[in-house]
Design a protein around this ligand. Structure first.
Ligand code: HXC
Length: 265
């Protein structure tokens, strides 16, 4: 099913450039802070994009000077423990949806990525940051722990020691430090950010999409499981590729010294 590119949300903007979807979180007056409305819209948008066969790569970015400055502090400040649990579950389940998208996702981090913002970026497959971006998990300064899976994804991405330092201090780090730690794939100037993200998305979109999606699945499942099971799983996924037209096309094109024309079949 092809999704219309002009679907309107209150706090999100969505457009398509060819096979690339570009989703912009847009509550700029609150630095795109995640309130329940925005989180629910994000979940709905992910569902819709997932069902749009024409989208091969999704870029997520923020409107204005922030990617996302965290969960909405005024919205959660008076929660009791049960409401806090539901609030955490809402964000974590939406970010899990992002992580489990069958297509690759790129966070184009255009400014502050703090708390829930850093957690959203970490639920994407790849992070490109502008040189003015700042990353951090400042929750302990507010009397809470990271609650949208930051305690889970940050140590997996950058190792326990650095994750603990960042979470225990609440310090913000620059984009270049985030790149050095492996939290960010690449740092570019703000002017270049979207072009670089779109170029990267375009390169991925030009490959055999079933193979790209199977690779994502094999990596995600492989990280979650023991090495022997992961290798068996990769082998099964690899075998399935030989049942696709794209595998025949890719290899025939190589042999015939021409460019392949993939059909996602
Ligand atoms: C709600 C927020 C917000 C947030 C900023 N704003 N962050 N509103 N929730 N997380 C609002 C401000 O109140 C202000 O609104 C407007 O955005 C602009 O922000 P300023 O502070 O004026 O901008 P600036 O001086 O440039 O400072 C930027 C900043 C600062 C350093 C990012 O805004 C900041 O420290 N924000 C909070 C960052 C944070 O602690 N994030 C983690 C949240 S906890 P007004 O109306 O005053 O103009 C979290 C937990 C996730 O994310 C897990 C939950 C389960």
């Amino acid at each position: 099913m092809n999704m219309k590119a002009d679907v309107q949300f209150e706090n999100l903007k969505y457009r398509k450039e060819g096979h690339i979807g570009i989703l912009t979180l847009s509550r700029p007056k609150s630095l795109n802070a995640l309130n329940a409305k925005l989180l629910n819209e994000l979940g709905d948008a992910v569902d819709m994009i997932n069902s749009d066969a024409s989208v091969h790569v999704l870029i997520i970015t923020g409107d204005g000077k922030a990617f996302v400055a965290g969960a909405d502090i005024p919205e959660m400040k008076d929660y009791n423990s049960e409401e806090g649990r539901e609030w955490g579950e809402l964000g974590s389940s939406v970010f899990k949806k992002v992580e489990l998208m069958k297509i690759p996702t790129i966070a184009a981090v255009n400014g502050f990525a703090l708390g829930g913002g850093c957690e959203l970026a970490m639920s994407c497959d790849i992070r490109i940051a502008s040189d003015n971006a700042k990353f951090g998990q400042p929750e302990v300064g507010l009397g809470i722990t990271p609650g949208y899976s930051g305690c889970v994804r940050l140590p997996r991405l950058i190792g326990q020691a650095k994750a603990k330092e960042l979470i225990f201090t609440g310090d913000y780090i620059s984009a270049s430090e985030a790149e050095r730690l492996g939290l960010v794939n690449k740092v570019v100037s703000s002017d270049e950010l979207m072009n670089v993200a779109i170029e990267l998305a375009g390169k991925i979109a030009s490959k055999a999409q079933i193979a790209v999606r199977y690779s994502k699945l094999a990596i995600n499942k492989g990280i979650e499981t023991d090495i022997n099971t992961a290798i068996v799983f990769e082998n099964q996924i690899f075998a399935l590729c030989f049942a696709t037209e794209d595998q025949k096309e890719g290899m025939n094109a190589f042999v015939e010294k021409r460019s392949p024309h993939f059909k996602t079949k």
